[in-house]
Design a protein around this ligand. Structure first.
Ligand code: AMP
Length: 503
């Protein structure tokens, strides 16, 4: 997963882009980048690291201009080098910079195609560079010197026809303005807002509404699946539905885990959806576990806090923050390889013994993916003196890899792959394990916007909305994404440090 922002302002946008990226940091801690447009020249700074470390005052000073885009990158296998930090740039036509959240599922074919048709070379393994070249080729094909909105929208329509997968995109086109678009299924989020100033209206697009809040922009609306929004350098806004058959199927995992609770995505409050997940799961626990003698409900901080509090309320039980999280350590997934990940759970969480000693505890997490976290957290609860440890997951069993930009490991690394609830319960060492059902999860999220009839739920049910995922694709992904593959990649990177261009 990644985070993107774009602003067309009336004054320099470097600080607003930075502040937007800071509140989207949870969407990717691997690399960050900003491009601004300054008198027909693109100013770029990108590097590996957190936003606060990547942009020093000297870089910020260089990022002049009233229009810009930014990106925070989340690590997936094959993307850890600085050369793959975003935004990417091509000089023709016009000079275009682009940043992208998502994953293209036909990237390898597009890469071959763009070379054979247009002799365009893609220099990294990043699908964002592929996407940029496909867009550049389509804009080039318009054949005009000054692009009109209809030329840009026709180019995006052709991108939709060629490119498969999930993509929310921001791009700067020199001499023109900012372009933002979303894939025809709207898998990855993109919201737009405006801010009135004495100098006129400023526009902003971002992965999550929280970035607009931070910069004092008010939300206008979500960009629709398949829609493109083009804001000229002068601040004129144009929008158009570019997809032939758009469908509204946003990724449900944004609500389960990824997004910040204070964001609204596709008109659904992430916070309200997590509370509703707690209500649903609380009802299920009452129905199926009425006989259990639970003393206290304890969240695994922090994503599950809202759901856990609601479960406690439904069950009429106390809610206690029994684990303390060290805020200065990255998310566990960021650690490459299983061994490093195991150690990092202990460094990240510690138990408050009084909340466990002699009690039957119900631990609540947002999801169980590999099971590493749950296993160790259950161990910690026992070490802290818990009598019985029950475990509830606000999401159903994660059984299938994600192909739309979330680093959900290869199927073999998923604990629920090939295991039923009883065996997962044994492996993680719980005295009882309960998962949210998929219909309940969908209902919990849908309550916020009943107009959305379907969500992208492939990690739970194996149904991929783009209809282009076959076993061959999953096998290839498996080779790239498994823990073994990541370990090999890290080893290679350690011995082959790449140089990069600061811009
Ligand atoms: P585990 O079961 O050990 O793989 O860890 C599951 C925990 O990791 C969940 O409770 C989430 O808080 C978090 N998580 C779930 N999905 C992801 C993801 N794709 N990237 C990073 N963290 C995740």
């Amino acid at each position: 997963m990644c985070g993107i922002v774009g602003i067309v302002g009336k004054v320099p946008v470097n600080q607003a882009l930075y502040d937007g990226l800071i509140v989207l940091q949870h969407r990717g801690q691997d690399a960050a980048g900003i491009v601004t447009l300054d008198n027909n020249t693109l100013r770029l700074r990108k590097a590996n690291g957190l936003v606060k470390d990547v942009f020093e005052p000297r870089h910020m000073q260089r990022l002049a201009g009233n229009i810009g885009i930014g990106h925070v990158r989340y690590p997936t296998a094959g993307s850890a080098s600085t050369a793959e930090a975003q935004p990417f740039y091509v000089n023709s036509p016009f000079g275009i910079a682009l940043a992208h959240n998502g994953n293209l599922t036909n990237s390898h074919l597009l890469k071959e195609d763009i070379f054979s048709v247009a002799r365009r070379h893609v220099n990294t393994t990043s699908d964002s560079e592929v996407l940029l070249n496909v867009l550049a080729h389509e804009l080039h094909n318009s054949g005009v010197m000054a692009l009109q909105p209809e030329h840009i929208f026709r180019a995006v329509a052709n991108v939709h026809r060629k490119v498969k997968g999930a993509y929310a995109v921001v791009a700067l086109i020199i001499g023109h303005g900012l372009l933002a678009f979303r894939d025809p299924n709207g898998i990855r989020p993109l919201v737009m807002g405006k801010r009135e100033t004495e100098l006129g209206t400023e526009y902003m697009v971002a992965s999550e509404s929280v970035a607009l809040d931070a910069d004092g922009f008010t939300v206008l609306r979500d960009i629709s699946p398949g829609e493109a929004v083009y804001i000229t350098e002068q601040g004129e806004l144009h929008s158009f539905q570019c997809a032939e058959n758009p469908s509204y199927t946003p990724c449900i995992f944004e609500y389960v885990y990824f997004a910040r609770p204070d964001s609204t995505i596709d008109n659904i409050s992430v916070y309200a959806s997590r509370v509703a997940m707690g209500t649903m799961l609380g009802h299920k626990i009452k129905r199926e576990w009425a006989h259990l003698d639970i003393d206290v409900v304890i969240p695994i901080p922090e994503t599950s806090n809202d759901a856990a509090l609601q479960i406690a309320t439904e069950l009429g039980l106390p809610y206690r923050q029994g684990y303390v999280k060290n805020r200065y350590i990255g998310r566990t997934f960021i650690m490459p390889g299983q061994e490093a990940r195991k150690k990092s759970v202990k460094r990240k969480l510690n138990a408050i013994k009084q909340e466990f000693k002699g009690k039957n505890v119900l631990l609540v997490d947002d999801s169980i993916v590999r099971g590493t976290t749950s296993q160790q957290i259950i161990d910690m609860a026992r070490e802290a003196g818990a009598k019985k440890v029950y475990f509830a997951s606000a999401a159903p069993e994660v059984r299938f890899p994600n192909v739309y930009g979330i680093d959900m490991p290869s199927a073999n690394d998923l604990i629920a792959h090939g295991h039923d609830v009883d065996s997962i319960c044994k492996i993680i060492g719980a005295d009882g394990l309960i998962f949210q059902s998929l219909p309940d999860l969908i209902e919990a999220v849908r309550q916020g916007n009943p107009e959305i009839k379907r969500f992208e739920t492939s990690v739970f049910d194996g149904h991929y909305v783009t209809n282009d995922i076959d076993q061959d694709y999953l096998n290839r992904l498996d080779q790239m994404r498994s823990d073994d593959a990541k370990a090999r990649l890290n080893e290679a990177m350690a011995t082959n440090l790449e140089t990069y261009n600061e811009g």
